[in-house]
Design a protein around this ligand. Structure first.
Ligand code: TRP
Length: 453
């Protein structure tokens, strides 16, 4: 099988493909709401420190494992050491949990896109009121979810990912430019936004708690598609003459840059509209949908800008959901040897089973919570704050003490000099395992209400 693996062409091909999968709703929707909720500047600082140390280490490790074995996660861990093949299975569960609720949020994006395209942007500008009303209804959010899921499935079934990728390559730079433009416009024109910029960039250490680290770490996994086997798969297609370290650095800069920009668009505006009210800042998953229409409402040509903006966000979201669905399909296909079409149907079935309850959890089923979380938040929590840290912990222990860091370093050396050997060694052996254990224990204790942080 390994000899049939196609490779990414050229140096930039790998980075673009990996970054294309990494950049999605995680950057535009998830990062800003977490940054707003967990104290602004302090969250940003913790996130950047983690990205440079921990995220970097995990990313080069996963890419190196993929390139070394030329296999996807399950096969890769199995081929390195039979006893550790469980890491591959654990990693494989993550995209299966993420895809359904990712599609629910993708549905919200289409709803807002449709709203702006049809010129009803001003109706959405009531902040969280409109949004809360929308997700609280039973049928409508499910229909939008089905549309998003259906579009994703059609692309995967017809195998036309390349076409979508081409479009999204144009959309991505345009999206960055638009975010920057809207952010600057909002900061300059909205009263009180400057205070929000300070909140976003100036770390307030009194707002630091272990939950800041828990949230930042979960976000890091999610946004960079780490600890779920994705980077192993990407690595398996990577040519030997490309530097893993350099590529990882570029992916990280790209991914983090877009997340920080999206935060700059949303956080100062929420701050200004709410006067820095904690409840507004802590609004959670709906934050982007409540805030953006308010910004567009005060902008000239706001409806048009809003429409263009949501079209671009839609493309960022669908490229990620396509690659998520591809991943899930290939995991199931490898394991059960089902036909591609059959596998797609199975995956759609799983998405309906998990996605519809996620959507209903904000309305009809809002009284039903798991560990105090709504259904969608529960899936988000269990994947990002429990399974992914577990996968990362197992990976670090495996690499540090069984496989030995040397074997990863040798792989790093093939396509370029391994400059960060020292960092890699101490992070993988000591810092990462200790941090991960602390994080796992505190996030679980927190959700069980044993400790409140
Ligand atoms: N990183 C993506 C984002 O920021 C989401 C994501 C998680 C993803 N896992 C993935 C995308 C796997 C593609 C493949 O939105």
């Amino acid at each position: 099988m390994s000899s049939e693996r196609s490779s990414f062409t050229g140096k930039i091909g790998f980075v673009l493909a990996a970054a294309g999968s990494a950049v999605g709703l995680g950057n535009i929707w998830r990062f800003p709401y977490l940054a707003a909720k967990y104290g602004g500047g302090i969250f940003l600082l913790v996130y950047i420190v983690l990205a440079i140390t921990f995220g970097f280490t995990l990313m080069i490790t996963e890419i190196a494992i993929g390139r070394k074995t030329k296999l996807s996660a399950i096969g890769a861990y199995r081929s390195l050491n039979k006893k550790f093949s469980f890491i591959g299975y654990l990693a494989a569960i993550v995209p299966i949990i993420i895809l359904p609720y990712y599609s629910v949020i993708g549905g919200w994006v289409i709803k807002y896109l449709a709203g702006f395209v049809s010129g009803r942007g001003d109706a959405m500008a009531s902040g969280m009121t409109y949004f809360g009303g929308f997700i609280g209804t039973t049928v409508e959010p499910i229909l939008w979810f089905l549309l998003f899921l259906g579009l994703t499935a059609v692309v995967v079934l017809l195998g036309v990912e390349k076409g979508v990728e081409k479009v999204s390559k144009i959309m991505m730079p345009a999206l960055i430019a638009l975010i920057l433009f809207i952010a600057i416009y909002a900061i300059v024109t909205i009263d009180g936004a400057w205070e929000g910029v300070k909140y976003y960039f100036m770390p307030d250490f009194s707002k630091f708690s272990i939950m800041t680290v828990v949230a930042a770490m979960g976000q890091l996994f999610y946004s960079m598609s780490l600890a779920m086997g994705i980077m192993i798969t990407y690595g398996s297609y990577m040519k030997k003459d490309i530097s893993i370290e350099k590529s990882a650095k570029q992916i990280e800069i790209f991914d983090t840059g877009i997340a920080i920009l999206a935060g700059l668009l949303i956080v100062p505006a929420v701050y200004a509209f709410s006067g820095g009210d904690e409840a507004a800042l802590g609004a959670g998953p709906g934050l982007m949908f409540g805030t953006l229409p308010q910004i567009f409402d005060v902008m000239p040509f706001g409806d048009v800008i809003g429409a263009v903006f949501f079209i671009m966000v839609f493309f960022a979201a669908i490229t990620s959901s396509i690659s998520l669905m591809e991943t899930v399909v290939s995991i199931i296909q490898d394991r059960f040897h089902t036909s591609r079409r059959m596998t797609c149907l199975i995956v759609i079935g799983i998405c309906l089973l998990l996605g519809i309850p996620s959507s209903l959890g904000f309305g009809l089923w809002s009284n039903f919570t798991i560990l105090g979380l709504s259904i969608l938040d529960f899936f988000d929590f269990i994947s990002n704050n429990v399974i992914m840290p577990l996968v990362a912990l197992a990976t670090c222990i495996f690499v540090a003490f069984v496989l030995k860091p040397k074997s990863i370093e040798d792989e790093l050396e093939i396509g370029g000099k391994a400059k960060k050997r020292y960092l890699f060694n101490i992070v993988v052996k000591f810092i990462a395992p200790i941090c991960l254990i602390v994080i796992l224990v505190s996030s679980v204790l927190n959700v069980f209400g044993v400790i409140s942080i």
